[in-house]
Design a protein around this ligand. Sequence first.
Ligand SMILES: C[S@@+](CC[C@H](N)C(=O)[O-])C[C@H]1O[C@@H](n2cnc3c(N)ncnc32)[C@H](O)[C@@H]1O
Length: 297
Amino acid sequence: MLLLSPENWNDYALIDSGGFEKLERFGGYVLARPEPKAVWGKTLPPEEWQRQMHTSYTAGAGFGKAGKEDSGAWNRLKTMPGQWIIHYRKGALQFRLRLGLTAFKHVGVFPEQAPNWDYIYTAVRALETPQPKILNLFAYTGAASLAARAAGGDVTHLDAVRQVVTWARDNMETSGQGGIRWVVEDALKFVRREAKRGNRYRGIILDPPAYGHGPAGEKWKLDECLLDILQECKKILAPQDSFFVLNLYSNGFSALVADTIVTNVFGKTRDKEFGELFLCDAFGKRLPLSVFTRFKL
Ligand SMILES: C[S@@+](CC[C@H](N)C(=O)[O-])C[C@H]1O[C@@H](n2cnc3c(N)ncnc32)[C@H](O)[C@@H]1O
């Protein structure tokens, strides 16, 4: 089992964590946000958090309750813009992301995903097929899509929320990239249709939430729908010269759940690896935030 976290990322740092909160620097701005997994104590005193942070997020009444993510509020302590740009660079891979203070404590990036971006970039470059077709499902603001595109992939970026897809398009343009195909659709409905059409992809990436809705109200419930969507993905993943990445960050699923369900659906694969993605704060405290399994065919 692998334990992976972002390395040498100038524009991101987890400064401290604890007391169900995390203190992070995104570019030049320091944010405090709720973090249900940070059950340990903070290392820095509260006055030092206060001194460092530009803004902190106060969750709404329903925060943390299953399926409930009540909107909360950002309390600005220092002057900062509502939107700003950060860079991600790792070897030849680089892109830019516009961040923003959203109503649901999210800022437009999940920094713990960086090891998956690196993997995707390397996996696409290793494919023999020219301009390989890559499908990114539940793709949010598109960091993984930009990594695949930077490697020469012919990328389809799918998310159910139009504003999120527009945000991803902005990130593509801000990164000086182009040619990504944007789809606003329910992920399960889309892969079922692709399977019917006999379409094939050389790379599939999915990072589904616990709960969600398609644009036409299609219900997404991770524990009920995950097996279905993986079985449909198997029908549209090219049987050779291809790769697959599953990331899970909710329901408390362990890495073994991700690995067992993928083995159950895809059977024998090549170079399969699984594990946890975590962020490490400046004092060595490790905050696990998602699990993954990935393989090649
Ligand atoms: C946590 S985000 C994924 C983060 C992304 N992988 C990343 O690292 O940037 C989950 C995304 O799933 C989308 N979503 C929720 N339900 C969906 C559905 N039924 N079909 C497609 N996308 C959906 C949400 O809009 C959200 O952008």
